[in-house]
Design a binder for this molecule. Sequence first.
Ligand code: HEC
Length: 470
Amino acid sequence: MKLLDDRPDLIAQSGRGTIEAMISFRSWQPNRLLVFALVAPLAALVLLAGCSGEPEDDSPPDDNAGAVDIPDEPTYHEHIAPLVHDHCTGCHTEDAIAPFALESFEEVQQHASLSHATMQAGTMPPWPPAEDCGDFRGERRMHPTEIELFGRWLDQGAVAGEQSDEQLPDHSEDIDDAQPDLTVDTGVDYTPEPPEGFDDDYRCFVVDPDLDGDRFVNSVDTRPGNPQLVHHMIAYTAPPEADDEIAALKAEDDRPGYECFGSPRYSGSRMIGGWVPGAQRPLLEEGHGLRVPEDSRIVVQMHYTTHHNGEGSDRTEVDFFFVDEQQHPDPTELIIMRLAEMDMLIDAGDPDATVTAETPLIPQSVTVHGIAPHMHLLGTNVRVDATTGDGDICLIDIPDWDFHWQGLYLYEEPMQLARPFRIELTCEYDNSEHNQPDGQPPRDVTWGDESTDEMCVALIVAEVPDDLEL
Ligand code: HEC
């Protein structure tokens, strides 16, 4: 791993990288100041955990969980509607982000064969992590017997069957009625304007939360103003020192907010939460949180997509739930460490380029709560492994990277990395002619924030070890 302080040339090159924005694992020694990488040029990260339709379950993992019996003659009303309700209608409703609703017999029947194909291919419901690596909260995965059941229904003519009197539960009932501690509003009705040739517009809005002390974010919930446009939201803090940089970014065009593909684009940004359609309010463990310093601004990065309906405008509200300080006067602070390789060159035309980053051997044990790998549009595979005092651990493996479906994945049970340990990140890219996002001929690609640049990053949400001073 290259540290930014080793690479003054890169600091200059990225223009907004700063030393404190990089993790310096090298200074990770007992009682020494740790310079954590708090997320400068980081991008579209989404808390995918807590998808709707999946009730909280404390029972131990069971390989047969979700298995269904497959009757000889399945019908829509008895067998398929509950399955589609569990796995699809978190997103596939009228007026939501997915391109069509799957709420009625007619709708499901009409899209049945493509739906079956996407289930078999594993692309729907979207859940990028590989099954055999990491056990994440809110996993959106179908059991093979469920896919088989859907297939049999399709093969047998996709019949409706008897409508039952039983009502499927309303997804909105899954949402609890906790009151947020802070609600942030993007402040304007914004009409997405993707760059020429693209469907997606990444726009950042800056809000002053006006806090009277530091707070610890335990969870975030998002109420999109126009669910057809909002693909996801990521919230960051911005220190007061970033004011000038942000002012310059806003001056780049005369629309509200500023353009922010791939990252919020100022120094010292720290991610504090995110949201995608279909996700419930994802919770960190009780009493755990990500710090929002008193004098921070909050920057809300909206990813808008116009691929099935470019019309209308959006004004999104974001609810923050802080650690309750009466109950937890001494919250457990989680920090986001960043492992990255910025010194990268992906040759024009290379169909299978690999970039790796590795931490030095770290002498303390650390508890890891979540992970978010990040690349841009040429990325194909990304994987993070740990070699620990207790053996090797696969932290995450995303075999078919999709920039538009990335996330911060929270572990079902926090992962203990026994000392001494080392974390290794492997990013793979396809820079061949057929994989060019803008349809232009391939060119050499290096690290950067633009959609035609690349990144190789893993953000790791960890508990600060007790014997470490920050
Ligand atoms: C987390 C939200 C979400 C869930 C859950 C989800 N979808 Fe989708 N689906 C989308 C979005 C968004 C698209 C549009 C394409 C994209 O952005 O990937 C889509 C596209 C599709 C398509 C069109 C694919 C294509 O290639 O054009 C099909 C078919 C589909 N979904 C079926 C399903 C089925 C069946 C389920 C449940 C088993 C499901 N989806 C669950 C969000 C979701």
